[in-house]
Design a protein around this ligand. Structure first.
Ligand SMILES: [Zn+2]
Length: 95
């Protein structure tokens, strides 16, 4: 009684669709589980789902990409701020 069955549709190739990971055309399969759309690339193994907004949510590659992308951007911002201290402000006034 406690288990809810997952309703899956058959996997179908999406004609003309290009894989976001390997850019191979006609390699993406699509199906849905409980009305949640899933996609999978048979060429490179890329897989994602679509959330309520219809946005792609990668299943496996997402976490790795995120951690690499965030760090360099923060470092460059800190460096540009540190170049601004102005030595002329130390000039003594009143002499
Ligand atoms: Zn692919």
């Amino acid at each position: 009684m406690s288990e809810v069955p997952v309703i899956k549709t058959k996997k179908r190739f999406i004609a003309g669709a290009v894989c976001p990971a390997c850019s191979e055309p006609d390699k993406l399969m699509m199906w849905s589980e409980n009305d949640v759309p899933h996609r999978e690339c048979v060429a490179c193994g890329y897989a994602d789902t679509l959330n309520e907004q219809g946005l792609s949510v990668p299943k496996e590659l997402g976490t790795r990409v995120n951690t690499v992308a965030v760090k360099p951007a923060q470092d460059s911002k800190v460096q540009t701020v540190q170049f601004f201290p102005n030595p002329k402000l130390k000039k003594p006034d009143g002499q």
